[in-house]
Design a protein around this ligand. Structure first.
Ligand SMILES: [Cu+2]
Length: 428
């Protein structure tokens, strides 16, 4: 056989492969360990740009406190607009629930209200409507936690809203979770009957280990397999003594369950099952998104990838009685403000607030009865840091969001806008 250079190389590589693999693994581990910092975000940016822009629009968000003590209550309130631009890729929120997105159980969710209804379970929301929500939390684990409100949609998963850092101070061991029961007594469900829970888990773990140890001590699985494979009869594999042990074990397990279930049922006669079922008829807000006296026609736009700049052209007719100006564009929790309208500091998480992110081709107000062509430019590095620039790579490169119009008397008209944009990849 002729030995070529390739054969030599291949043989050498084979010999070294194991060593190389181990070395690579060790190097990889070392690098990851060096690079490991505290996890302070939870992947909200990894969701596709179109998903975050076109499903939900969160606005008027308020975190009642950003620094709390263990056991202190705080709340997140705001408005949630279910976008008309809802993408076909996600099922509409016919079954959804409002939750919080935070790094584990760092705060207890005491209650959620949507449209004024207490909604601890799933509900039906309608596309095109705007809902008011309130989430009440109770600080549990001390730390610096990024806390979101989010909507979990059946088959679509959670869609997080904007996040804010909440500092929880104090001692974790001081946390209590008092709940008033229907019989009038109050229990702390953080520790309620914990001893009993441990006891039952321990009991079944011991029973399971004993069961496995017994059968493994009797020739084990392989011994029995050999017996079956060599065609020995069943009574050779399982002896009469083993049958008795099996029967006694079965009776003991069933008996334990039946007896203790009966004891528990008689000591707590009034119990209700875990509550299920959906809420319907959640009340939407009147006079919110798309209720303004404005007609907006989207005339097309572009997205410059290198410049992180969205340019959208609109034909806007003011059918109201007061002049209006565009003050803000809100999408995926990001707020792009027109500094001519927002002259004072806005309280909002900095990483989502582009205070000078919105410019207009014509900044003068649109007079009552007037129709104007306006080019809206949304430009900020946050497009990129929040990975909304991904819209350039989506299958239907479309943006969506809510434009906020303001009258001189301070009335606000949120209007949903959106449509396809043409991406530009080269600096021009
Ligand atoms: Cu976060």
């Amino acid at each position: 056989m002729k030995t070529t250079m390739f054969d030599l190389l291949a043989r050498h590589a084979k010999r070294q492969a194991g060593r190389l693999w181990a070395l690579g693994l060790a190097a990889g581990l070392a690098v990851t360990m060096v690079a490991t910092g505290p996890a302070d975000a939870h992947g909200e940016k990894s969701q596709a740009a179109f998903l975050r822009m076109r499903t939900l629009n969160w606005y008027d968000l308020k975190w009642s406190k950003t620094s709390v003590q263990v056991n202190e209550e705080y709340e997140i309130t705001g408005k949630l607009h279910i976008m008309n631009a809802w993408p076909a890729a996600v099922r509409i929120p016919e079954r959804a629930f409002v939750n919080t997105g935070q790094p584990g159980a760092v705060a207890n969710r005491e209650g959620v209200w949507v449209g004024g209804t207490f909604t601890p379970r799933s509900m039906m929301l309608k596309v095109g409507e705007t809902y008011e929500f309130r989430v009440l939390l109770r600080a549990r684990r001390p730390g610096h936690w990024h806390t979101h409100v989010q909507l979990s949609v059946e088959t679509g998963g959670p869609i997080p809203g904007p996040g804010q850092y909440i500092d929880i101070k104090g001692n974790f061991n001081d946390f209590t979770d008092p709940v008033k029961l229907l019989n009038g007594t109050t229990v702390d469900i953080e520790t309620y009957q914990l001893g009993r829970i441990y006891l039952w888990h321990l009991l079944w773990a011991v029973a399971a280990v004993a069961w496995m140890a017994y059968w493994f001590s009797k020739r084990g699985l392989i011994g029995r397999f050999v017996a079956v494979a060599s065609g020995q009869a069943e009574d050779v594999i399982i002896t009469p003594q083993e049958r008795i042990v099996g029967a006694v074990s079965l009776a003991a397990v069933l008996g334990t369950v039946i007896i203790f279930y009966a004891i528990t049922a008689s000591s707590y006669p009034n119990t209700i099952p875990l509550q299920a079922g959906d809420f319907h008829n959640i009340q939407a807000l009147a006079g919110e998104v798309d209720s303004g006296p404005l007609k907006i026609k989207y005339l097309g736009g572009s997205y410059k990838v290198p410049g992180r700049e969205l340019v959208a052209n609109f034909k806007i007719t003011n059918e109201g009685k007061e002049p209006v100006r565009i003050g803000e564009f809100n999408t995926a929790g990001l707020r792009f403000l027109n500094p001519d309208v927002f002259t004072t500091k806005v309280d909002y998480p900095d990483y989502l607030l582009a205070e000078r992110g919105l410019t207009l081709s014509d900044n003068s107000p649109i007079q009552p009865g007037e129709t104007k062509d306006i080019t809206v430019t949304v430009q900020d590095a946050r497009w990129d840091t929040e990975r909304l620039s991904g819209l350039a790579y989506d299958v239907d490169s479309s943006f969506a969001g809510v434009l906020f119009f303001y009258t001189s008397s301070g009335t606000r008209y949120p209007m949903e806008v959106g449509g396809p944009v043409i991406p530009t990849f080269l600096p021009v």
